[in-house]
Design a protein around this ligand. Structure first.
Ligand code: CTP
Ligand code: CA
Length: 227
């Protein structure tokens, strides 16, 4: 993998990557979020930079440093993440590694909600925009390669393949998550790559190794796609 980085296989390419969770406010002190450390997305941003790309990383709230040499845009909510992604296009490659909250609270409270006697609070939710589908289905300035992730607890290949088609992606990196899985916050990741060319199960890898290997796949695919 370091060989791919040394070869600067993405020199002259623009890459936009989302990483981390989004936080959707309930009130000034509470939020809804997904499990995501941002380790995998940030590792991909670093690997793309090492491969010579010009990289914009749109990151939700994470406890990680900004990768050196990468333009990092910090956001909180899904809608902020979408706006930052749109503002950083056009790009040659878009990689959606973020765990975007699927829903936001319809009307976040301006003041802290208080506990009280009687029924527990219920939250009215509305669906967030799908950032990946928005990029994958663009008619103008669609990146040459659009790559999504899929977190599934079951029927991994099935669900991931359906997501790939629904969101107009070239490639889906599918993660098995849930009981027994150590992917959240861990150093390693085991994924299955799903494209129109088939299904490829990768061994368990350190997240940085996985990132370098993914950059190799991306460079190889881009080489087949004229700029
Ligand atoms: N994604 C996105 N915007 C959203 C939701 C998801 O860009 N509002 C992206 C993620 O970054 C990931 C891919 O879509 O690359 C799949 O995310 P996932 O949560 O697995 O799929 P969903 O389409 O949200 O479906 P579900 O959570 O119901 O399985
Ligand atoms: Ca989701």
């Amino acid at each position: 993998a370091p060989a791919a980085a040394k070869a600067r296989v993405l020199a002259g390419r623009r890459v936009v990557i989302t990483s981390g969770p989004t936080h959707e406010p309930i009130d000034p002190v509470r939020f809804i979020a997904n499990r995501s450390s941002g380790k995998q997305g940030h590792a991909i941003a670093a690997a793309a930079r090492e491969a010579g790309a010009e990289v914009t990383l749109v990151s939700g709230p994470v406890a990680l440093p900004d990768p050196p040499g990468v333009t990092t845009v910090h956001v909180e909510t899904a809608r902020e993440m979408q706006a930052a992604v749109e503002a950083s296009l056009p790009a040659d490659i878009f990689i959606a590694a973020a765990a975007v909250a699927d829903w936001r609270v319809a009307e976040p409270a301006a003041r802290k909600l208080k506990k009280g006697p009687g029924a527990a609070a219920t939250l009215a939710l509305v669906e967030n925009p799908d950032i990946l589908a928005g990029v994958g289905r663009r008619e103008r300035d669609r990146p040459a390669l659009v790559i999504g992730f899929a977190a599934e607890t079951n029927r991994l290949v099935d669900y991931a393949q359906t997501k790939r088609l629904a969101k107009g992606c070239d490639l889906i990196v599918a993660n098995h998550v849930g009981e027994g899985s150590k992917v959240f916050g861990g150093a390693r990741n085991e994924v299955t790559l799903i494209s129109s060319e088939g299904v490829e199960a990768w061994p368990s890898l350190d997240k940085r190794e996985l990132a370098a290997r993914l950059i190799g796949v991306i460079a190889e695919r881009l080489a087949r796609t004229p700029p």
